[in-house]
Design a protein around this ligand. Structure first.
Ligand SMILES: Nc1ncnc2c1ncn2[C@@H]1O[C@H](COP(=O)(O)OP(=O)(O)OP(=O)(O)O)[C@@H](O)[C@H]1O
Ligand SMILES: [Mg+2]
Length: 238
């Protein structure tokens, strides 16, 4: 469980997170909202890139904001970014192994854990392939393998399906849905694809202009009139 209370971030005149209190109970939780709502800023706070002006984040009884970035990674916090992070000229294996190095897992488990993560995401090309020769869809799977290797406790996925064709989004959806059970991690999924969010997330929280406007079971949240209005300014479903 992740318990967020009174989280506020300010950049000059902008308040990308405004007194946000929300509970992520476990499993896969959606975090949605229109462009600029504050979703990535929220991930930046959790991973330590942005320091909030006020508020607390308690993740499995750990005061996350009190840990340095390095300790958060060791503790088991992982994230993907809207921009790919894997290093193009390195192999799939090395890209995943470098994350394992900063995990709380022993070195002796590295090879097995890395191959396990690569296998889990369903990459079928040899793990010695360089990332630069992979298709966009396979590169996305490398990002996910990096997020799940080394016993993560919390996995933050920032628009993992953006720009992927339907078939690859479907595969990614199957993979994401298995993360909590396979790795025992809590997943927060940010994505604009509502069918992906509905398929993967038991619960969802919605940000709009830095404020939490709804949270709860995904189907209920997507029917909420404030949520529909935030997305479309109409009464249609998002
Ligand atoms: N480093 C920064 N300095 C100033 N303003 C910022 C900074 N980072 C984000 N913002 C602003 O904070 C707000 C929230 O941005 P954020 O990237 O968190 O939104 P988002 O919900 O992830 O949007 P998207 O769906 O487009 O990715 C926006 O108004 C953005 O311009
Ligand atoms: Mg974003």
């Amino acid at each position: 469980m992740i318990d967020v209370r009174g989280l506020t971030v300010r950049f000059g005149g902008v308040t990308p997170l405004d007194d946000v209190s929300v509970l992520f109970p476990g499993g896969t939780c959606g975090l949605i909202g229109p462009n600029g709502a504050g979703k990535t800023t929220f991930f930046n706070v959790l991973s330590g890139f942005v320091r909030p002006e006020a508020g607390s984040v308690t993740a499995f009884d750990e005061n996350l904001l009190a840990l340095s970035d390095f300790r958060r990674a060791r503790w088991g916090l992982r994230r993907t970014f809207q921009q790919e992070q894997a290093i193009a000229r390195l192999s799939i294996f090395d890209n995943v192994a470098m994350i394992h190095e900063h995990s709380r897992r022993e070195r002796s488990t590295r090879r097995r854990d890395v191959l396990d993560a690569i296998d889990f995401v369903g990459l079928t090309v040899p793990s010695s392939q360089k990332v630069e020769v992979l298709t966009a869809g396979d590169r996305r799977l490398v990002e996910v393998a990096r997020a799940v290797v080394g016993r993560p406790r919390v996995v933050l996925l920032d628009e993992p399906a953006a720009g992927l064709p339907d078939e690859e989004t479907q595969h990614l959806s199957d993979v994401i849905q298995q993360i909590p059970e396979r790795f025992g991690a809590l997943v927060i999924l940010v994505d604009h694809d509502m069918s992906l969010v509905s398929a993967c997330c038991q619960t969802a929280a919605v940000l709009d202009f830095g404020k939490l406007i709804a949270s709860g079971p995904t189907a209920e949240v997507l029917r909420d009139e404030h949520v529909m209005r935030a997305y479309l300014g109409t009464e249609e479903e998002p």
